[in-house]
Ligand binder design. Structure first.
Ligand SMILES: Cc1cc2nc3c(=O)[nH]c(=O)nc-3n(C[C@H](O)[C@H](O)[C@H](O)COP(=O)(O)OP(=O)(O)OC[C@H]3O[C@@H](n4cnc5c(N)ncnc54)[C@H](O)[C@@H]3O)c2cc1C
Length: 471
């Protein structure tokens, strides 16, 4: 925590200097790096972007503020990887880098293949949208991602908080980081924003949208893990409720209401949500905060503190009411809040809900998926109906911000209407976006053009050659 505060302080100082001195930073830089491709943010999208850029021959640096890779999927304890298949769980749609990473984790005993996942404890017993999940081990993801980076020749730099970009003539010329060793500057030919929050794109002046466009952002959640769960009792309860058609009983909705009345459950979560992990522990997604601005450190801090208070209530509730959880104990809570929504770019192309509905095809597809569109609201999830379950595509132009020609975005900040982002922000599509952005950044270095000028058809062909599924 102390380290984060120190970095935040230096960051604020740099910003103040930058504002005072116009568009460039006036603090002394203690170290400078040069590369072809700089990826900022080492979550799912950043891992894939960096490895794929390096594999395509680019000298690549991956800068991350934490001390591990995985982002929300490790430091945020968000798990499992949401569906990467058709809605029936039968055909794998997100392939390429994602499939390779999962296969490598399976060999180490650190994941279950999405085509082998069925509805049950690993999917929190939920049918809707939960076919084809990938249960995985957090530590295995951290280690395997680092190994992939090493093997590809990515230079990994942890403990670097990006704070400011320099731009000239619609291009980024340098990125500045707050570090324990002063301000570090990284210059690259191409830049990829994988911060989830569009920090780099925003700093470079690219137009961005926040949440619903009027300041409302979806609730955030603090994930945690409990041990000593009796899964046979959990399974038996689920089966009995399914047989009886008792949906409310299946998810302990009546008990939640009763506990709330008694002041034992002062949160607005309506259902239990426990996902079984490979080691028999459970990842729990039940501590939630509404109205948190994920870009405001003060609000995030408050949500993390309240989140941990909620965790204590949830554990007590589970022990008292949930069959199979009477002996469960808190193992650990996430180091950071899970933030669903902040900024996304208003890019060269914005994927619309109508595009998704009609499964429209583009000349520059980078992957396809079939995740459902939903908006999390206080107390419930609003599903956006689709005409069919057909897979839909993500075009390259949605990764390109307006007005900054050597920048790509991947992950939670690409250009998509709000419900579409709600569908494609889950982890498997983020890996796929990262693969597309990293490959594009490297190909454009080779071709001597900016990513904005790269031929989308050529990129699609390269992605197919690398195992991406593009029917
Ligand atoms: C509550 C919640 C529940 C979810 N449930 C699921 C689920 O069950 N399954 C699923 O598949 N998906 C789920 N998701 C979605 C998914 O976890 C994220 O959308 C996804 O991880 C986003 O990937 P990303 O690479 O864009 O960003 P992130 O995973 O957020 O990674 C961003 C990385 O960038 C780093 N970073 C950020 N800013 C800076 C900076 N200024 N300088 C340096 N580094 C920086 C961060 O430390 C982090 O490592 C959930 C999300 C939330 C919030």
């Amino acid at each position: 925590m102390k380290r984060i505060l120190n970095l935040a302080f230096i960051g604020a100082f740099i910003m103040a200097q930058a504002c005072a001195g116009g568009s460039s930073v006036s603090l002394p830089v203690t170290r400078t790096f040069d590369c072809d491709v700089l990826v900022i943010g080492g979550g799912p999208s950043g891992i894939a972007a960096a490895v794929c850029a390096a594999r395509h021959g680019a000298k690549t640096i991956l800068a991350e503020r934490n001390g591990c890779l995985g982002g929300t999927a490790t430091s945020g304890l968000v798990a499992p990887f949401m569906s990467s298949t058709t809605p029936d769980g039968k055909t794998l749609l997100i392939r390429g880098f994602y499939e390779e990473l999962v296969d490598s984790m399976i060999v180490q005993g650190g994941a279950i293949h999405p085509l082998e996942a069925s509805i049950g404890a690993f999917s929190a017993y939920r049918d809707r949208g939960h076919h084809g999940l990938t249960t995985y081990d957090y530590e295995c993801l951290k280690r395997t991602s680092e190994q992939f980076c090493k093997d590809a020749g990515v230079e990994l730099l942890y403990h670097l908080l990006f704070v400011k970009a320099d731009t000239r003539g619609g291009r980024i010329t340098a990125a500045y980081f707050a570090t324990k060793a002063g301000v570090w500057k990284i210059k690259a030919r191409n830049y990829i924003d994988c911060t989830g929050d569009g920090d780099l794109a925003f700093s470079a002046g690219a137009p961005c949208i926040i949440g619903d466009g009027e300041g409302e952002m979806q609730p955030s959640s603090l994930f945690f893990v409990v041990r000593n769960v009796d899964w046979s009792a959990m399974d038996a309860h689920d089966e009995a409720c399914r047989k009886a058609g008792d949906f409310e009983g299946q998810f302990y909705m009546r008990e939640i209401l009763a506990a709330r009345e008694k002041g034992e459950f002062p949160m607005w979560r309506q259902k239990i949500a426990l996902f079984r992990n490979l080691d028999g522990t459970a990842t729990v997604n039940m501590a939630q905060n509404d109205g948190v601005d994920g870009l405001d450190p003060k609000q995030v801090t408050e949500a993390e503190i309240t989140g941990r208070e909620q965790v204590a209530y949830v554990v007590k509730f589970l022990r008292k009411y949930v069959k199979g959880c009477s002996n469960c104990e808190l193992a650990y809570s996430a180091d950071q809040l899970g933030v669903r929504e902040t900024r996304r770019i208003d890019g060269v192309y914005t994927i619309t809900a109508e595009d998704v509905n009609n499964s429209v095809t583009y000349p520059d597809p980078v992957f396809c998926c079939a995740n459902h569109m939903d908006i999390h609201r206080k107390g419930h999830v609003e599903y956006v109906a689709r005409k069919s379950n057909d897979p839909y595509y993500v075009p390259y132009r949605a990764l390109l911000p307006k007005g900054v020609s050597n920048l790509l975005c991947a992950g939670r900040c690409i250009s998509a209407e709000r419900p579409v982002m709600a569908a494609i922000r889950v982890i498997p599509p983020c890996f796929a976006m990262g693969q597309a952005a990293g490959t594009a950044a490297a190909l454009s270095v080779k071709a001597g053009v900016d990513p904005a000028e790269l031929d989308g058809g050529e990129l699609a062909a390269a992605l197919k050659a690398d195992g991406v599924y593009l029917p």
